[in-house]
Ligand binder design. Structure first.
Ligand code: CIR
Length: 257
């Protein structure tokens, strides 16, 4: 169960962030209202949500997930793979140090939190354009010291691992066709997003509720038999910047007694 989340409001320079999308620039009013709805949703699921102010000069900084990997025992400050995002970590350290002792990914390692999927004591670490082998190795070592196992997965499609693969409870992974049948997720049941609905793979499980992006009815129909409550949130203005539901927060479990 998560007890806390850290988020960051998008700043006025948000439309200048990184994107591969050809869509029109995000509308700031809608961006902010979608962010507020996201925070409200997390609060409704029982989380205390810290909403940090915009980090000026870092248009992608609302995607806080990429700046840290947090387990009960430690918060690992990442070393984001995109040069324009490297300085974001300084802005998350203070907020996270209130909750966890900190460790760090060091050069030449790079790592984005969007490439890291936790399922209990097991981690899947995506090696992508943003996360390199050395970053993966360092994270696995830090987590290994606390009893977590890690598998490395090559991310050949999509921005991050979690753009394409997420845990949705009940021993089940929601995946895009690119990751279906991947040996690393052999032991899990798999739900494959129908063609054209790949973005819905970025569905977020929070305290027994599935939060999914609005507008992916076929994926929703495949998730419904899991029997979990499903909440849809409109993330249109985040999709325009290659972002989605997982990247907008760091979710924290309570620390161990
Ligand atoms: C980027 O390209 O870094 C941002 N525009 C989007 C980051 C999305 N983060 C995530 O999926 N964890």
């Amino acid at each position: 169960m998560f007890s806390h989340a850290i988020t960051r409001v998008p700043g006025p320079d948000y439309p200048q962030g990184l994107t591969t999308s050809a869509a029109a620039a995000p509308d700031m009013e809608l961006t902010l209202s979608q962010h507020a709805a996201y925070v409200d949703c997390l609060r409704s699921l029982g989380l205390t949500v810290t909403v940090l102010p915009a980090a000026q000069g870092f248009p992608d900084a609302c995607f806080v997930e990429d700046t840290a990997v947090v387990v009960r025992e430690v918060g690992v400050i990442t070393r984001p793979g995109a040069p324009s995002r490297a300085g974001e970590t300084a802005y998350i350290e203070e907020a996270l140090s209130a909750h966890r002792p900190l460790a760090r990914i060091e050069a030449p390692g790079t790592l984005d939190g969007g490439d890291i999927l936790q399922v209990g004591k097991r981690f899947f670490i995506g090696v992508s354009d943003r996360t390199n082998d050395e970053g993966a190795r360092q994270l696995a070592a830090i987590l290994g010291a606390h009893g977590y196992e890690s598998d490395v997965i090559r991310v050949a499609a999509g921005l991050h691992l979690k753009s394409s693969l997420n845990f949705v409870g009940a021993d089940t992974m929601l995946v895009t066709a690119d990751f279906a049948g991947h040996p690393a997720i052999d032991g899990y049941r798999q739900i494959v997003c129908p063609a054209g609905e790949e973005y819905a793979a970025n569905t977020l499980l929070v305290n027994g509720t599935l939060i999914m992006p609005t507008g992916y009815a076929r994926t929703r129909a495949l998730l419904e038999p899991l029997g979990l409550p499903i909440v849809e949130l409109d993330t249109s203005e985040y999709r325009k910047m290659d972002g989605g539901l997982t990247c907008l927060s760091l979710r924290l479990e309570p620390t161990l007694p």
